[in-house]
Write a protein that binds this ligand. Structure first.
Ligand code: GDD
Ligand code: MG
Length: 317
């Protein structure tokens, strides 16, 4: 059985105030917690068990999912203090004795992980990183690879003058247990800064870019983007019978959950998600917006490019 360690210990600082009382993995995306999309992906890749390395607000995840997410066994390990990404992986992987996956819990991904594992085995790597292209690598881990797929350089948060590729660490790794020996106990260890450079020097670190979707949900802008991407895929309007309202204009794609109210004269869309129980006041104009469950847009408001929260109101994205 294939195991995965998921890092969910971060505080999600750039998504405050949304993450003040809710850990980032539990933020809703089209009515489901963000981490649920990762569970889907892992399950479809044949992962049988996921160990969640938790720190910040861990109980909410456990209270929601319990020990099993539709066939994916879940175990929660709560770090006594933040151990960093490397420390968290070591802590979560303690006791695993064969190849496993480790991943950041804050991204949305779709990629053929069986191919990644096969590539890892073919290369005899100790660790293999899934890569993805981005426009601006500066916020990520930049990965230089040779034509065999061996990593020749790993630069976490590269400086502008260091950027010579658009391939970055997509935050998912195939790891051999021997990698854990490179993570000293009892202090914070970053797998990106402290472990990958050593493995690269030894020629034991490989990386592969695979086609598929990837989005790091770290800011209000990328959290909104996650909604917009899913709306775009759904195309057209998807508004359940529960939407109330008379003289309204819906510009597709618009998606609405149950008990949504859109008042007279409002124009909604394109690219609007209306969470359960949300409300758009009369005459409001709303475009490229995600209304979280229960959120309210006042009458006459014009809002574009935002997340709207029931507690915190409009968060510009
Ligand atoms: N358990 C645990 N303990 N988890 C942690 C800790 C910790 O001390 N610190 C961070 N995490 C978790 C976060 O919750 C997140 O899921 C993941 O580790 C990565 O941490 P971030 O703080 O979100 O890092 P980042 O987004 O700046 O960069 C990372 O992700 C990029 C891709 O999204 C790096 O891995 C980059 O190299 C990568 O490109
Ligand atoms: Mg992140």
């Amino acid at each position: 059985m294939l195991n995965a360690v998921i890092l969910v210990g971060g505080e999600g600082t750039r998504l405050r105030p949304l993450t003040e009382r809710m850990p980032k993995p539990m933020l809703p995306l089209l009515g489901r917690p963000l981490i649920d999309y990762t569970f889907d992906h892992l399950r479809s890749a044949g992962v049988g068990k996921a160990i969640l390395a938790c720190g910040y607000l861990p109980t909410q995840i456990q209270a929601h999912f319990g020990e099993n997410a539709e066939g994916l066994e879940l175990e929660y390990r709560v770090e006594p203090e933040p151990l960093g990404t490397g420390g968290g992986i070591r802590f979560g992987a303690d006791g695993l004795d064969r190849t496993f996956l480790a991943l950041n819990g804050d991204s949305l991904r779709e990629a053929d992980l069986a191919r990644l594992i096969e590539f890892h085995r073919d290369r005899g790597a100790a660790a293999t990183i899934l890569l993805t292209p981005v426009d601006d690598p500066s916020r990520f881990g930049l990965v230089r690879v040779d034509d065999q797929g061996r990593v020749t350089g790993f630069l976490e948060k590269p400086k502008p003058e260091e950027i010579d590729t658009n391939l970055i660490n997509a935050g998912l790794y195939v790891l051999e247990p021997e990698v854990l020996d490179l993570v000293p106990e009892g202090k914070q260890v970053s797998i990106e800064r402290d472990v990958f450079p050593i493995l690269a020097d030894r020629g034991r670190l490989c990386a592969l870019a695979l086609p598929g979707y990837w989005l790091d949900v770290g800011t209000p802008a990328s959290y909104l983007q996650a909604h917009l991407d899913l709306l775009e895929r759904s195309a057209g309007n998807n508004i359940g019978p529960a939407v109330e309202g008379g003289d309204i204009e819906l510009v597709p794609p618009v998606m609405a959950e149950t008990e949504v109210v859109i008042e007279d004269g409002a124009r909604v869309g394109p690219l609007v998600y209306l969470g359960a129980g949300s409300r758009v006041g009369s005459g409001a104009v709303v475009e490229r917006v995600a209304l979280l469950p229960g959120a309210v847009i006042p009458s006459g408001a014009r809002i574009a490019g935002a997340i709207v929260s029931p507690e915190f109101g409009v968060i510009a994205a």
